[in-house]
Every structure is written in structure tokens, then in C-alpha cells.
Design a binder for this molecule. Structure first.
Ligand code: UD1
Length: 472
């Protein structure tokens, strides 16, 4: 691959200062009916980890269906900082990690994106050394990395945490990681992915027990297998990996984003609108569909990769407990809560995956919702209506919850903190506008009272060298 710069859209760049981000708001005039069809983007969580997985291969990897998201840009910047070549064309990303110049990922980037920690597995497998700062990401809980570390140690790595940096290296006679039997205390998505990637190039067989079964884990395994890795059982709770000496070039398309799809199903339900979506993998949405049906909406599979929501006239309360896949996904807890605020009766939502994932509750309450939080439980008492209000997004899925509430509320809702939304939803404003929603992004002028209407971030910028972004 030639040494060409990657071109990225602004949601993929770090050109927005935090003050610019703070000034951009999403104005939503609630009550519009939606209709028509929406296209679902590639899965964010697949894209991020598959980009990390491309580090395992010293040849070109073409990754298709990569969404234009701020998190994807962060990951691209991290790979660039390691010396990896990337080139983006439309929604395809060509990654070439033939030469990895750095074993240390930069703190400024890793601190913004937890998924960037997942490069530790492939880096260690390729270079025998990896130095990764402890990660950041959404403010939804402590999110430790002990399971990643213990698994890598079981595979023969020396791992020490020093001044906030995880230093992992192979020492002694080991030139490669060694296959091992690893039991995860909790089926962590990230730890399963880190260890599965590390094991693809290890010597011998690795068995990961109590592995995460999320579709994105299976997607990563399919990507690795397309490069020649020997992996069985991904998508179940036991994954077996037989290490190979090297992997080869591939051309791979990632799966549709089940959380984006779920968010649009809720958008149809909460606005009492019939809309269809594709491409989707309905099996990835089983738990979400079951809850929407229990609440009173109908979900119809029009084709193997296409769903249609037929709304109910009124909705009823239901209880939800977030769990590892195939349980109800924690990433859909906040969006579903928006719908339950308008469903008759009391719903109990129990968050078991992350300890601090109720940031949206205070903001939904400002819109007239009746929600009480007791520890890991939120008790939602349905109200007849929400009213538009200025609200602030506290994390990615909280931001989606507020947008959904705004679509149904009476009057105008103004959502601040859009940098959270841009981390995980590609062109959400434009997609909702196309369905008939009444909303726009605006940036307050310097005087604070003359709004400029903005499109979803799409202006092209060029990354010329790691960590430096300038307008094209
Ligand atoms: C991934 C997803 C995120 C999703 C989450 C759960 C990506 C980029 N992000 O995050 O969108 O909400 O799965 O489906 O794929 N834990 C430990 N020790 C560890 C690792 C995790 O205690 O070493 C705990 C976490 O603190 C959390 C729980 O395990 O309480 C689940 O975390 P995990 O499955 O690892 O989530 P992520 O991979 O970070």
C-alpha cells in the first residue's frame, strides 16, 4: 500500500475543540410522525475491535461497512500513531500493519476511547511487547482491565502496571505467547476479544471459558478466520483458538449495528410510527424485540435482513434486566427507558453490567418522566406525556435516550453534549430527518443567540501524520 494520508469526515476528526462541541446542540420539535425506511450502519463495536485485529496481520486488510464515527477516528488515530497505514474510501477502510513502529499507544488518544486498550492483545502477539495507558471512555463505571491482564499473564506475558501504563512483554525463552486455558470470572466483551486476538498468533491451543457471546465477538472471530486464524466456538461461551505463525490479507464486511437498529425500533415505537430498517440481523436483536413486543409494539421480519415496527396505540410497563448477550443489552437500557417513561404502569429496570449507567435519568425527569433510582434499579412510572426541555447528554447511550424522548415530547427539546452522540451514531440527525422527524443541529453564534444550522458532521479533513489533523 502506498504511503497515502487517510481522509476522514469531521465526526472522524479531533478538529472540534471542546468549546465548539459545547456550543453545538440538537433542537428537536417533538410530535412528528415518522415513516419510511432507514439504513443501518456497520456495528461500532465490531469496527473498533476489528481495526485493532488488523494489527495481527502484516498484509493489507480491507474492512468494509465501517461507520463514520468519532470513536472510529480515535481508533484510526491510535493505529496511525503506532505506525500503521490507513486509507479510507467511503465506508471502507484499508489497514496495513506491515510495519508497526511503536509498541506504546499515546495516552491522549487512549484516554478518550476504552476500546483502544484492546490493541494490547494484537500488539503483544506481533511485537512481543505492548505499552498501553489504562483506558478512558464513557463515564458509565469503573471498567477495569484485570481480566485482560490475567488472561495475558496466563499466556506467558509479564504484565506490570506502572504510572498508569500497562506494560506487557514476553520474556525468557518465549518468543510467542503460549496457548492456555483461561476462565473469565465475568464474560467481558473486551477481555474475550483481547485474549482471542492474542491467541491467534500464540503457540498451541487456547481455550477461553465463560467467554462473551456478543455478535461483535463472533464478528471479530470471523474476521480473524478470514485472515487464516483457527478459531472455533465464537458466539458460544467456550472459544478454542489454535495459534498459527502468521495471518494473511483479507477483505471483510462487518455486521450491522444492532444498537443503532434497536434505537430506531424505539424511535418508531415512541412516535407511534411504522418504519422499516435494513440491513439488520434479527437474531442479534432477540432480547430487544421481545421487550418491545411485551410493551405493545409489533416487530415484523419483512425479509431476512429487514425489520418493520408496527406501533401500538398504548404501551404497558415491563421489567428489564441488563445482562451479557444473549440477555438484554446494557447499551439499549437508556433508549428503552425513554419508551417506558410513556408506558402505563411501573417498570423496574435493573442494570447489572455497568454500575453507573443511569446518567439519563435526571435529564428524562427534567422532561416530566417519573423515575426513581435505588442502587442498580430504576423504577419508571409511566406518565401521559413528556414536555420538551433543555437537557445534557452524559454518555453515548444516554444521548440516544434523550433524542428519543425529544421525538415524543410536546414542544422543543434541546440536547447538549452531542460529542457523545457522534461517538456511536452515524448521521443520526439526517437519518431521522429523512424519516420525517423535526430536528436540527445548530451552533450558537459568538453572541450566544444567533444559531447556525449545521449538517451532521461530514466536512472532509485529512490526517497527515499521527495525531495531527487539519482541514483538507
Ligand atoms: C463492550 C462494548 C460496550 C458494551 C459492553 C457490554 C465495545 C467497544 N464496547 O465494552 O458498548 O456496553 O461491552 O456489552 O465493544 N470488567 C471487569 N474487568 C475487566 C473487564 C471488564 O471487571 O477486565 C467488567 C466491567 O467493569 C463491566 C463488565 O465487566 O462491569 C462488562 O464489561 P465489558 O464486557 O468488558 O465491556 P467492554 O468490553 O468495556
Amino acid at each position: 500500500m502506498e504511503d497515502r494520508p487517510i481522509t476522514l469526515s469531521p465526526s472522524l476528526s479531533n478538529t472540534h475543540s471542546s468549546s465548539e462541541e459545547d456550543k453545538t446542540v440538537l433542537e428537536i420539535w417533538g410530535g412528528a410522525s415518522l415513516h419510511g425506511h432507514v439504513g443501518i450502519s456497520g456495528a461500532k463495536n465490531s469496527a473498533l475491535v476489528i481495526m485493532a485485529g488488523a494489527l495481527l496481520c502484516s498484509q493489507d486488510c480491507l474492512i468494509r461497512n465501517v461507520p463514520a464515527l468519532a470513536d472510529v477516528t480515535r481508533m484510526a488515530e491510535i493505529l496511525s500513531a503506532l505506525g500503521v497505514k490507513l486509507e479510507r474510501q467511503g465506508n471502507s477502510l484499508l489497514v496495513n500493519a506491515s510495519h508497526i513502529a511503536q509498541s506504546k499507544a499515546p495516552y491522549e488518544l487512549v484516554s478518550q476511547l476504552r476500546a483502544s486498550f484492546f490493541v494490547i492483545g494484537p500488539l503483544l502477539a506481533r511485537l512481543g511487547v505492548a505499552r498501553i495507558p489504562l483506558p478512558g471512555g464513557c463515564a458509565i463505571g469503573a471498567r477495569p482491565v484485570d481480566l485482560h491482564v490475567r488472561g495475558l499473564q496466563a499466556m506467558g506475558a509479564d504484565v506490570q502496571i506502572d504510572h498508569g501504563i500497562v506494560n506487557a512483554y514476553l520474556s525468557g525463552r518465549n518468543k510467542r505467547l503460549q496457548g492456555a486455558k483461561i476462565y473469565l470470572d465475568y464474560p467481558s466483551v473486551g477481555a474475550t476479544e483481547t485474549l482471542m486476538m492474542a491467541a491467534t498468533l500464540a503457540e498451541g491451543e487456547t481455550i477461553i471459558e465463560n467467554a462473551a457471546q456478543e455478535p461483535e465477538v463472533a464478528d471479530l472471530a470471523n474476521f480473524c478466520r478470514a485472515m487464516g486464524a483457527k478459531i472455533r466456538g465464537a458466539g458460544t461461551n467456550t472459544i478454542t483458538i489454535l495459534g498459527v505463525p502468521s495471518l494473511h490479507t483479507t477483505d471483510y464486511a462487518i455486521v450491522p449495528d444492532r444498537v443503532e437498529a434497536g434505537t430506531f425500533l424505539v424511535a418508531g415505537a415512541i412516535t407511534h410510527s411504522e418504519i422499516s430498517l435494513s440491513p439488520v440481523v434479527p437474531d442479534h436483536l432477540t432480547a430487544v424485540i421481545a421487550k418491545l413486543q411485551a410493551i405493545g409494539a409489533q416487530i415484523i421480519e419483512d425479509a431476512p435482513n429487514r425489520l418493520r415496527i408496527v406501533p401500538g396505540h398504548r404501551y404497558v410497563a415491563t421489567d428489564i434486566e441488563t445482562l451479557p448477550y444473549p440477555g438484554f443489552p446494557t447499551d439499549m437500557q437508556a433508549p428503552l427507558m425513554a419508551l417506558l417513561t410513556l408506558s402505563d404502569g411501573d417498570s423496574v429496570i435493573t442494570e447489572t453490567v455497568f454500575e453507573n449507567r443511569f446518567g439519563h435519568v435526571a435529564e428524562l425527569t427534567r422532561m416530566g418522566a417519573d423515575i426513581r433510582v435505588k442502587g442498580t434499579h430504576a423504577i419508571v412510572r409511566g406518565v401521559p406525556m413528556l414536555s420538551g426541555a433543555p437537557v445534557v447528554a452524559t454518555d453515548l447511550r444516554a444521548s440516544a435516550s434523550l433524542v428519543l424522548a425529544g421525538l415524543a415530547a410536546q414542544g422543543k427539546t434541546t440536547v447538549q453534549g452531542l460529542h457523545h452522540l457522534d461517538r456511536g451514531y452515524e448521521n443520526l440527525t439526517a437519518k431521522l430527518q429523512k424519516l420525517g422527524a423535526n430536528l436540527q443541529r445548530t451552533q450558537l453564534g459568538a453572541d450566544g443567540d444567533s444559531p447556525l444550522v449545521l449538517p451532521d458532521p461530514t466536512i472532509v479533513t485529512t490526517v497527515t501524520k499521527p495525531g495531527v489533523t487539519k482541514p483538507a
